[in-house]
Ligand binder design. Sequence first.
Ligand SMILES: Nc1ncnc2c1ncn2[C@@H]1O[C@H](COP(=O)(O)OP(=O)(O)OP(=O)(O)O)[C@@H](O)[C@H]1O
Ligand SMILES: [Mg+2]
Length: 290
Amino acid sequence: MTPDEASVSGVPLKTGTATAPRRLPEGEGTSARQFLPACAETVESSDFVFGRDKEMAELRERLSARESFVLHGPSGSGKTFLLQRAMQASPEALYCPDAASPQVVFQSLALALLASRDRFVRSCFRSPRVVNTKSAISLRGIVLDAVRRGTYLVVLDHLRGPAAALSADARDLMFYGGTPVVAVARSAHMEDLGFLTPFFALRSERMRLGNFTCSQATQFAEEVARRTQLQATNLPEFIERVVELGQGSPGAIVRMLQMALRPKYRLDGYVKTSPLYIDFRLAWHAENAL
Ligand SMILES: Nc1ncnc2c1ncn2[C@@H]1O[C@H](COP(=O)(O)OP(=O)(O)OP(=O)(O)O)[C@@H](O)[C@H]1O
Ligand SMILES: [Mg+2]
């Protein structure tokens, strides 16, 4: 993903900073330039959270209740986005952005413990660089020990059907260590939650984040277009298409509106909807394929 495509609204999706000035590729004509905003708001740094008051309140409540739960919903529905904001009120939360394997999880947790100035972990690792030099077994031992000593909460984001080993570690944290675990996945089924599925069997242990309804999605798209100062001769029709094609996914809507700012998808003040959508779909499917 290019910096241009990083999140419009808050936490960057993957890499890049939306605050960097956008450069026009060489050879872009003035017709493309004149419709580009001089200083589009990079909602990146703002507190803009659209239409999720109830969900934000529930997340904050669940985090402060210190009970394990799974947050699930389709790609782009805003799980990472909302959770990161809700966690601001929970400094004891240790966030693992990519719970792909035990090694990656324990490295993230060690870094999060260092960042939260955990005394025990600081006595084991003098600097974050040392974390990568530790063997998987010693890293696991240190992190589990530190987490049990403190009153932390562990957030495992982007779970993709965790295998038995990672699930066993999460179970140990929850049941023997007394540390709540927030599992984040695209569904609460085996394909996404893997061996963790049986640990979140009760309905009360599951929180679903759905996509926006059609009218919410329209308001959201209009608001994002306004904030990014997106202008185009065919703006109303383009927004209508984005809402239809995005199927209520805030992530998909934001992505398409961001793409519309790029000269590649503009012609004489128009947004070229079809090529934009084709490229969007290719990128979206490639990113979301398991
Ligand atoms: N309520 C919202 N208000 C404003 N922007 C939002 C909102 N929800 C989502 N977004 C936008 O959608 C983007 C995608 O959201 P996010 O990455 O949180 O999706 P996700 O559910 O974690 O997807 P995945 O399953 O692929 O990890 C965010 O970076 C943000 O720009
Ligand atoms: Mg996510």
